[in-house]
Structures are given as C-alpha cells and as structure tokens.
Design a protein around this ligand. Structure first.
Ligand code: LMR
Length: 329
C-alpha cells in the first residue's frame, strides 16, 4: 500500500479479499461544523450508516459535527493533509480556495429551490466541480441546506437601507462582504461556532443563516428581528481528497458513491421540509419578529446590489456567468 490513509488489518484469513484490498478496514473521518440535528448533520450520519451497511462494516465513516475537530477553513487543510477524509463546506467557504465558486454567493442569483437544483445538476455544478478538482479535491455531491435569512437586534430590516451602519457576521467570502458593504453595513468574519457568543455579547448587530442553523444554535434567542429574504442559497459541496479516494478499492468506491447518491436524493426533499419546520419553531418561540420580503421589496434589494454582480462577473468568468443568466430566465 502507498501508505496514504488509515487501515487496520483485521481479517488475515480472507485471502481473496486481501487480493482485492478488501480485508483492510478503512476509517473515513468526516468533519463538519453544524449541529447534528440539521440537514447536513443528519445527512452525514445517514451516509455513515449506509456505507457501513453496504460495505459490511469494512468502511467506517466517523462523523465529527459542531466543528469539534476543525472550523470550516481549517477543514480544507486537514483534508489535504489527510487528517480527515471528508468535509462538506458551505459554498461561501469554498470561494476562499476557488474564485469561480463566488457565483453561488451572488445576491438573489437563485429565486427558487428548483433553480438551485437546476444549477447543481446542470452546467454550473459541472463547471464548479471541474474547477475545484484541479486543486486535488474530489467533488462527491452537492448537498442542500436552504436559503439564508437575515437576523438582527437593532430594527426590522425591510428595505436595503435598513441595514445601513449595522455590523453583520458573515462567512469568509468577499462577495458576502461586498454585499453588505454595498448597502452601507459592516461585514465581520467569524467562524460558525463563534456566532452565538458574538450575538450574545453584542459584538455584531446581526447575521445571516438558514433557519436550521439559526434554530439549532439558538441565534433567534439573541436576535429580535428576522427578515425572510432568501437572498443566497446555502448549500454544500461534499469533498474528498482525490489522492486518498484513489487508494480505496473500487468496490468500496462504488458503495460509497451509491450511498452518497441515496443520501443526496433524500436530502433534497428533507432539507426543505426541515427548514420550513424550523421557521415554525422560531415563529412559535415568540422571540423574533419576522418580516417576509415581498416580490417588490426583493426587486429593490436586487437593484441596489447590482454593483456586486459588476464587480465579480469577470472573476467568475463568462462561461459560468452565461449559465447564470440562462438559469435566471
Ligand atoms: C455558517 O458558517 O454560517 C454555515 O455555513 C455553517 C454551515 O456549514 O452550514
């Protein structure tokens, strides 16, 4: 063996399996930063269970949630060093490593889940994986969470000008930072598992996230106002280290791919239902006043944020931007 990866030789009698490399136990550490009871958390556990079943326990996927091993940006390095074998970062985190992914952070670029799915399944999804694979990642799947909503503790946010002067925690994405700056707000980068504390301490006025992340981490307990803006889709790319992947026996690769396919299909329906349920729970908590942006209000936001499109279209590249404009129709 080329000595890459973690193997425990535990069945020396299985000669046939030895020939195929199947008598070694493979441990795949899967790191993610969110809570277990979220779309990504549940999908990761389900994936681990399915892989265990399909490989009779020879591939052991161990899930580490809540950023207990690494924060989102540290995960990329850990994956490349083979300290973990799987990660599922949000698109905004990937923009730090690959500029083309900035497309996913353009404000109001997708106006429905259906449009997002078309992007995942179509040319945009293909081009983004092609791009990141040049850096040694293997793109396994696109995983759903949902659209992001804006929360804050200062005043109801209805028109774009309402955010003027406020500070917001964002993920480390230049596009997100420019989105807030364009509206006169101050973006501040903090990792996900710092958010509850900075909201509690009033270090920032607000933040943006999916309803599942807001509810599972209790952000709504610290935020008086929430705007259902659906301004960005928060999705994930499940990534492996391509070098590590190629050390896995083909039979395991097939089982892993099959498990990934099944979980991804299930997650598409589940993520939407889960986030809708979390909206009901946040509403029922009575802690946060909710405003739903109307179509006209959204149009106003989209217009004011046009400079962000102008700034990043070139970096993202014509090929992907053309697909974006097609997808918008
Ligand atoms: C965040 O950092 O706000 C989220 O993207 C975390 C996640 O992975 O959903």
């Amino acid at each position: 063996h080329i000595g890459f990866g973690i193997h425990i030789n535990s069945d020396p009698t299985a000669v046939d399996k030895e020939i195929e490399g199947l008598n070694e136990k493979y441990v795949l550490k899967f790191s993610h930063v969110v809570a277990e009871n979220t779309p990504k958390g549940i999908a990761a556990s389900m994936f681990a269970e399915l892989v265990r079943e399909k490989t009779d326990g020879w591939v052991d996927v161990q899930v580490f949630p809540n950023g207990i091993l690494y924060e989102a940006q540290e995960e990329f390095d850990a994956l490349m060093k083979n300290e973990v074998q799987m990660i599922a970062p949000a698109f905004s985190e990937i923009t730090v490593h690959d500029s083309k992914w900035k497309v996913m952070d353009l404000p109001f670029v997708f106006d429905s889940e259906e449009k997002v799915m078309e992007a995942f399944d179509g040319k945009i999804g293909e081009l983004l994986f092609e791009s990141i694979e040049k850096q040694g990642y293997k793109g396994m799947a696109y995983w759903d969470n949902s659209f992001k909503q804006i929360t804050n503790n200062t005043r109801p946010i209805i028109e774009p000008d309402d955010v003027d002067g406020m500070s917001f925690r964002v993920m480390p994405s230049e596009v997100l930072m420019d989105t807030y700056r364009t509206l006169g707000a101050r973006p501040r980068v903090y990792s996900f598992n710092e958010v509850y504390e900075i909201l509690s301490d009033g270090i920032v006025d607000g933040t943006e996230n999916t309803l599942s992340n807001i509810y599972s981490k209790g952000f709504h307990q610290k935020q008086k106002y929430m705007t259902i803006s659906n301004h960005n889709y928060l999705g994930y790319a499940v990534l492996m280290n391509d070098k590590y992947w190629s050390t896995l026996p083909v039979e395991h690769q097939e089982n892993i791919n099959q498990a990934m396919k099944e979980v991804t299909r299930w997650l598409r329906l589940y993520a939407k239902t889960h986030n809708a349920e979390m909206l009901d729970r946040i509403d029922a908590s009575g802690l946060t006043t909710i405003h739903y942006l109307s179509v006209e209000e959204k149009e106003l936001w989209r217009e004011q944020l046009d400079p962000v499109y102008q700034k990043y279209a070139g970096t993202i590249g014509e090929e992907i931007m053309n697909e974006v404009y097609l997808n918008m129709k």
